[in-house]
Design a protein around this ligand. Structure first.
Ligand SMILES: C[S@@+](CC[C@H](N)C(=O)[O-])C[C@H]1O[C@@H](n2cnc3c(N)ncnc32)[C@H](O)[C@@H]1O
Length: 238
């Protein structure tokens, strides 16, 4: 299937009206990724078709959670080249989106994307999740903290749950071993104020890709001692 067909079928699948704005925005974003990838390391996925399947439609699949609704305040932790945050923002411009990454060049790239795509209600933050998670301007201020391909679920829960308000959600995009990850991370998730609500299997139009989305609800405040200092959540997961 070519890029256009993948995008058309993918958007239809998630009931997104494929209008001129959405089409043009994804095209512009795709071209910016390819252009900037020559100068800085953004992604190993560079073919148009793969960008459509593995980046754009995979990101949009998180809509299946039914949590990413109009006007929600979302933080994408370890967003890299903007996944899943930017595709979600393209298909629902009402989202108030924060993109966080510890690599400055990627954040600089995302500022250009936001500018070129005329996106409003978007904040690009350079730094570590462990530091922003302790900052009162960001701590427990989000409806949703979302993340893909950043760390094991225990470390990721310590990065992501501190940002979420009680009643909000931490959404984690994982691979085929999601259930094993849940078993290992359950204790950490409880300690951080979360509760596993469900796991959603994604059928990605590519049989080799077997993705699952873990949905975790924030039920109590994250204790003040979390997140621990930068580096510890990945070195010594809870
Ligand atoms: C493998 S990339 C994944 C990027 C994107 N989420 C995706 O799915 O394509 C992981 C990203 O997480 C960022 N990252 C890793 N640890 C982080 C931390 N503690 N705080 C903020 N960003 C972090 C890295 O800089 C990198 O850009």
């Amino acid at each position: 299937m070519n890029y256009e067909k993948i995008m058309q079928e993918g958007l239809e699948k998630y009931h997104i009206k494929n209008d001129e704005y959405i089409n043009a925005s994804f095209l512009k974003y795709r071209e910016l990724i390819k252009e900037w990838n020559k100068k800085i390391n953004l992604t190993s996925i560079t073919e148009d078709e793969e960008i459509a399947t593995k980046h754009f439609i995979d990101s949009i699949a998180t809509i299946l959670t039914e949590k990413i609704v109009d006007n929600v305040k979302v933080i994408d932790v370890g967003t890299g080249a903007g996944f899943p945050g930017i595709p979600l923002k393209i298909v629902n411009r009402s989202i108030d989106l924060t993109l966080l990454d510890s690599l400055k060049k990627r954040i600089d790239f995302l500022k250009i994307v936001a500018d070129e795509l005329n996106l409003d209600k978007i904040t690009c933050l350079h730094g570590r999740a462990e530091d922003y998670g302790k900052n009162i301007s960001y701590r427990e201020k989000y409806d949703i903290s979302i993340s893909r391909a950043v760390a094991n679920l225990s470390s990721l829960a310590e990065y992501c749950l501190p940002f979420v308000k009680i009643g909000g959600y931490f959404i984690s995009l994982k691979g085929p071993k999601a259930l094993d990850e849940i078993r290992t991370a359950e204790n950490a998730i409880n300690k951080l104020g979360g509760k596993i609500e469900g796991i959603i299997k994604v059928d990605l139009m590519d049989e080799e890709i077997n993705h699952q989305i873990i949905v975790i609800k924030k039920i109590t405040n994250t204790p003040k001692k979390f997140p621990r200092k930068a580096g510890l959540p990945s070195k010594k997961p809870l």
